[in-house]
Design a protein around this ligand. Structure first.
Ligand SMILES: Cc1cc2nc3c(=O)[nH]c(=O)nc-3n(C[C@H](O)[C@H](O)[C@H](O)COP(=O)(O)OP(=O)(O)OC[C@H]3O[C@@H](n4cnc5c(N)ncnc54)[C@H](O)[C@@H]3O)c2cc1C
Length: 357
């Protein structure tokens, strides 16, 4: 049977999009090159907030804030139906080096984001550095590998067909319509096609979007294991963050490297991240990282994703380019795409997410 939709890419953006479409009653097939959720959506940190939101434009602010508000209900439903806990929790974030704290506080006040200046030891009593920091108590996080697992399970329960090891190698177009997607597992046809292939979206589209400004940006991460509860909030200092998980794991990240599709890790970055992490939280100095990895973010100008229909191919859509905040933006971007496809009303002006060029 021909599906209503074929979605190319099974990362958090593709899976969230499919979830939205399936909930609207559509039949969907997911075509994933490898295994679902194994690329950037696995490698990321899961902070549900832009690192320094006052540094971004309104299109990022609007989408991240709206998407963040959708999260609690989204994850409760996912967990209830799948039994998989994506570990959504409001852990708060402390920024140790906000360059303009007064400006940051003014931004927070204007956007309804709780914020205050605090003695850092008040929020990191165990071994935080001295001095003042900017405390953002409402910042939440999710354990992204578990989130994508829950999403994939939820889709299976919904009857969605997920085809792994199905790399889209060619999109066939006749006139102004896509007629099928070629993969090693056969050619798939659907009424409408959505590309959500993250950093690889431009390659997937090929001649259909030769100048699409979405390109890989590598980020390396280190993982430590401590006793649970040693560090409570997310901490950011000089661009390096620590994300404490409930079971005592602490992630330290990250880098922004333009090295093409190379997912390799480097000892120099491991050493630099380890030193920076230990300056923030000294007990990490004595620990060896338990894991070091890299992921490829779908980089985009201004961190603004494209959530739009192709300018001339009428049954082809793109949901990609979420760069540093794809986990944060996932439920919101999926909802915007769903509205677009259903001709529904949008919650705000979505023209910034149009197809570029
Ligand atoms: C180190 C790091 C830290 C991060 N931290 C955060 C954070 O704290 N908060 C936050 O919100 N975001 C964070 N991000 C960003 C976030 O992870 C990404 O924006 C998000 O995962 C993008 O999701 P995606 O589904 O578009 O891409 P991906 O997860 O990369 O998924 C794309 C999928 O498409 C598939 N694909 C590619 N080509 C094809 C093809 N030809 N055919 C079929 N399938 C194909 C891939 O195999 C992949 O599974 C971080 C990213 C990194 C790397």
């Amino acid at each position: 049977m021909k599906a209503d939709f074929a979605v190319i890419g099974g990362g958090v953006i593709g899976l969230a999009s499919v979830y939205e479409l399936a909930r609207q009653g559509a039949t969907v097939v997911v075509l994933e090159r490898g295994g679902v959720g194994a690329e950037s959506s696995w490698a990321g940190g899961g902070i549900l907030f832009p690192l320094l939101p006052w540094d971004y434009g309104e299109p990022v602010t609007r989408l991240t804030r709206w998407s963040g508000r959708l999260y609690p209900e989204w994850v409760v439903e996912l967990q209830a139906r799948t039994g998989i806990d994506p570990e959504y929790r409001v852990s708060g974030m402390v920024v140790l080096d906000a360059p303009d704290p007064a400006g940051a506080l003014a931004w927070c006040a204007a956007h309804g984001e709780p914020a205050e200046r605090v003695e850092v030891r008040r929020v990191m009593p165990d071994c935080g550095p001295g001095g003042e920091g900017l405390w953002l108590p409402a910042v939440a996080q999710v354990r992204n590998p578990r989130l994508v697992k829950a999403l994939a399970r939820r889709l299976e329960l919904e009857g969605v067909r997920i085809v792994e090891r199905a790399e889209a190698s060619r999109i066939h177009v006749a006139g102004n319509r896509v007629t099928g997607v070629e993969t090693p597992r056969g050619t798939f046809t659907a009424g409408t096609y959505v590309v959500a292939a993250g950093a690889w979206s431009r390659i997937v589209l090929g001649e259909l979007a030769p100048t699409l400004p979405i390109a890989p940006v590598r980020g390396q991460m280190l993982l430590f294991k401590t006793d649970p509860g040693r560090l409570a909030p997310i901490v950011l200092r000089h661009g390096v963050y620590l994300i404490p998980r409930g079971d005592g794991h602490i992630l330290a990240g990250s880098t922004l490297e333009e090295v093409g599709f190379d997912k390799g890790t480097t000892p120099a970055v491991a050493a630099r991240l380890h030193a920076a992490a230990a300056e923030i939280f000294p007990p990490l100095a004595a620990l060896r990282p338990v894991r070091h990895w890299a992921g490829l973010r779908p980089g985009s100008p201004g961190n603004v994703p494209v959530i739009a229909r192709h300018p001339s191919v009428e049954n082809l859509y793109l949901n990609s380019g979420h760069f540093r905040y794809g986990v944060t933006m996932a439920p919101g971007s999926a909802r915007l795409l769903g509205n677009l496809l259903a001709g529904g009303e949008q919650p705000f002006d979505v023209s910034p997410y149009r197809w570029p060029g």
